[in-house]
Design a protein around this ligand. Structure first.
Ligand code: F6R
Length: 237
């Protein structure tokens, strides 16, 4: 079941998302949080940091698993998703970094890394809640539109539109890695709850296609219509 909520603006969306994650952490202090990178969740992470500093939520018993990582990048590169997570959340809360997991972008064998990552997520008991952003082409994680849904964590070639969209974070478009390792659709769908956030007028059409259009691997996020517990929050602002 999908609950679609509309926020007044980006700040409101971030507060709603942070409240939902904080509620999860309150109800189950040792929750496994599935986390995302990108520009959309930055406000949510800021609110979680504020709540942690105010003593409202405790990250000490929390474990986290991230959706994806660029192939070839690691923590030492400030465009890596591991760096992003440290910089936007982990360095500012009382989490034990040993309990935070991001797929290894420097793995020698991505098929092996994918299988090991899925085994790791399963061994933690799966995500209690998985936070997702939404790509302009309907991707979640880096599951790009394709003829069929791919279940396990795997290596992907990024769509030209995704490379274009993410070029804003790099010195030039040529610096954007062309491949990534991402949780698969199956790994994401096994999360007990899903919280998708999307903001901006340019995401309106794909948000509507995702939740009100047909379920198709050409809009990978549309599979979420089949998940039993999804909250999707959209704001134009
Ligand atoms: C990030 C991720 C991606 C983003 C998506 C939207 O870990 O998996 O699916 O959520 O590309 O990115 P933003 O939020 O930058 O628009």
């Amino acid at each position: 079941m999908v609950r679609v909520l509309y926020a007044n603006n980006y700040d409101h969306m971030s507060a709603m998302a942070a409240n939902i994650i904080a509620a999860q952490m309150t109800l189950k202090p040792d929750s496994v949080l599935g986390l995302a990178t990108g520009s959309t969740p930055i406000g949510t992470y800021k609110k979680l940091i504020e709540k942690n500093k105010a003593g409202e939520i405790d990250f000490a018993p929390i474990k986290t698993v991230n959706l994806d990582e660029y192939c070839g990048l690691d923590e030492s590169n400030d465009q890596s998703y591991r760096y992003f997570m440290n910089d936007n959340l982990f360095n500012h809360v009382n989490i034990d970094k040993a309990n935070t997991y991001v797929p290894n972008g420097k793995a020698e064998d991505f098929a092996k890394e994918g299988a090991e990552y899925d085994a790791l997520v399963a061994s933690l008991g799966g995500q209690d809640i998985q936070l997702l952003g939404l790509g302009l082409d309907g991707h979640i994680g880096f599951n790009e539109p394709c003829p069929e849904f791919i279940g396990p964590t795997h290596e992907v070639e990024l769509d030209p539109s995704t490379i274009e969209a993410n070029a804003r974070f790099f010195a030039s478009k040529d610096d954007v890695p062309t491949t990534a390792i991402t949780m698969g659709i199956g790994t994401i769908m096994k999360a007990k709850k899903i919280l998708l956030i999307a903001s901006g007028k340019n995401k309106k059409e794909i948000f509507e296609k995702t939740f009100f259009g047909p379920v198709t691997p050409e809009v990978p996020a549309s599979i979420l219509q089949f998940h039993p517990d999804v909250v999707a929050i959209y704001t134009e602002g």
